[in-house]
Design a protein around this ligand. Structure first.
Ligand code: UD1
Length: 421
């Protein structure tokens, strides 16, 4: 299993390019199932989760063609309508095939995701939304078995659906399903994340009629068929945010190309509160800091508030900042797995329920630590970058799920990082 070995204490400096967003690429690849002609996507990041999604689509009969960051999908001969437990277990986002399969082919069999490292993460809202559109859904043997064969023309029916909780993949699944439904669907309390907007933009290029993506009410007027199109994946705001924190923590001077400040307002505000300088142009962001940062309070919430996917990184920042800060996690109940590992590096953090109280220490010490999930691992990398001596991060396949060529990008900025196995 690959490990990442980091020699801490280097100031990061230079310029790197941010990749396409994992969380936009995954739903948009699944949207390929909706199109009768080829869908071409550019800016697709080379990540483990992307490879898993392409494999899943391939097992269904989608013709997949990949040339570096360009992917073409042709779903004219789909034979299988199933995502197995093996598949969904390795990547929860596999649930995103449910809406497209059901809407286009009238049948889908998708494993329930079950638990994961950051909490129970149910998919009840995805299921209820599809039921509101008329789908017959049975849960048997751990699988969601869904059908529209009893409906007029075997098509899902437009519906008004209020989501109890803001769910990102839930909104995406239902938006894709509604795109091919008969009639109009109104999704209320929808997720406003930029990745939802990117998916909507791609669907519109494919012929869908969607209004309101990026607000909490999305209106989708169903059409009979969707065609292929060409779409460029939006930049990864979480990858950008992670390097921004790295720059700030190391007293660095880093410019990120292909980064959009308008998608990172809450993160930028917190970095400025911490004492870093953040400047931006249309598609680049520069972060500078000189010396020690101030601790900042964090409370995660759906976009445009502070993203849960940046919580672990700011926990690392606070661990070596001046002062005491609280980090409150409101999205996932068990997303503090990185705390124990940071404590092994000398961090002073106390967790009570969904709140962590972080007292900044003078210095973290390099140690052997374990990656537990994708963003927790990012927090450990940041801690390693400022830790005294060597930090060895085990199980970095978690990082490979969501950070494209992380070791190369950090090396380009002057970090001393090596991948070993
Ligand atoms: C997506 C992102 C993930 C990010 C998260 C929150 C992708 C591929 N992943 O995950 O990186 O951390 O949004 O921004 O885009 N919930 C229910 N029932 C449901 C659905 C969700 O109770 O049917 C709950 C979840 O358990 C969680 C909350 O709603 O507590 C938000 O989850 P959700 O937005 O659905 O997260 P994902 O879409 O899985």
């Amino acid at each position: 299993m690959d490990k990442l070995v980091i020699q801490g204490g280097k100031r990061l400096q230079g310029e790197i390019t941010v990749s396409g967003a994992k969380n936009a690429a995954l739903p948009i690849l699944c949207a390929g199932l909706l199109a009768e002609t080829p869908l071409t996507l550019t800016g697709v990041p080379e990540l483990r989760d992307v490879a898993s999604t392409l494999k899943l689509l391939d097992t269904m009969g989608v013709k997949v063609n990949r040339d570096a960051s360009t992917v073409t999908l042709e779903a004219s001969d789909v034979q299988s309508f199933e995502a197995t437990y093996e598949m969904v277990k390795t990547m929860r986002a596999s649930i995103l095939v449910l809406g497209p399969l059901l809407a286009r082919f009238g049948t889908a069999r998708v494993s329930l995701p079950g638990g994961c490292a950051i909490g129970s993460r149910p998919v009840d809202l995805h299921i209820k939304g599809l039921q509101a559109m008329g789908a017959a859904i049975h849960i048997t043997h751990g699988y969601i078995q869904a059908s529209t064969l009893h409906l007029p023309n075997r098509r899902l029916q437009g519906a008004k659906y209020y989501m109890d909780l803001v769910t990102v993949t839930g909104t995406e699944n239902l938006m894709m399903a509604a795109a091919l439904a008969q009639g109009t669907t109104v999704l209320e309390n929808a997720a406003k994340e930029p990745e939802v907007v990117d998916l909507a933009e791609c669907l519109v290029k494919m012929g869908a009629r969607i209004k309101g993506a990026g607000t909490d009410t999305i209106i989708i007027e169903g059409v009979e068929r969707l065609a292929g199109a060409t779409h460029h994946i939006v930049c990864d705001r979480i990858e950008a945010g992670t390097y921004m924190v790295a720059a700030a923590m190391t007293g660095g001077d880093v410019t990120l190309k292909n980064a959009r400040a308008d998608l990172l307002e809450a993160v930028i505000e917190k970095l400025r509160d911490a004492g870093a300088t953040v400047e931006h142009a249309a598609d680049s962001i520069t972060v500078k800091s000189s010396g020690r940062l101030k601790a900042v309070h964090i409370r995660t919430a759906p976009h445009p508030a502070f993203p849960t996917d940046m919580q672990a990184q700011f926990m690392a920042l606070n661990a070596v900042a001046d002062g005491v800060a609280t980090v409150i996690e409101t999205i996932f109940e068990n997303r503090f797995m990185h705390v124990q590992e940071l404590q092994r590096m000398g961090a002073d953090i106390e967790v009570q329920g969904n709140t962590a109280v972080v007292k900044g220490v003078a210095e973290l010490e390099g140690a052997n630590v374990m990656a537990t999930d994708l963003r927790a691992s990012a927090g450990l990398v940041l801690a390693g970058l400022v830790g005294q001596g060597e930090t060895v991060i085990d199980r970095i396949y978690h990082l490979d799920r969501g950070y494209e060529r992380l070791d190369e990008k950090l090396t380009a900025l002057g970090a001393v990082v090596k991948r070993t196995n």
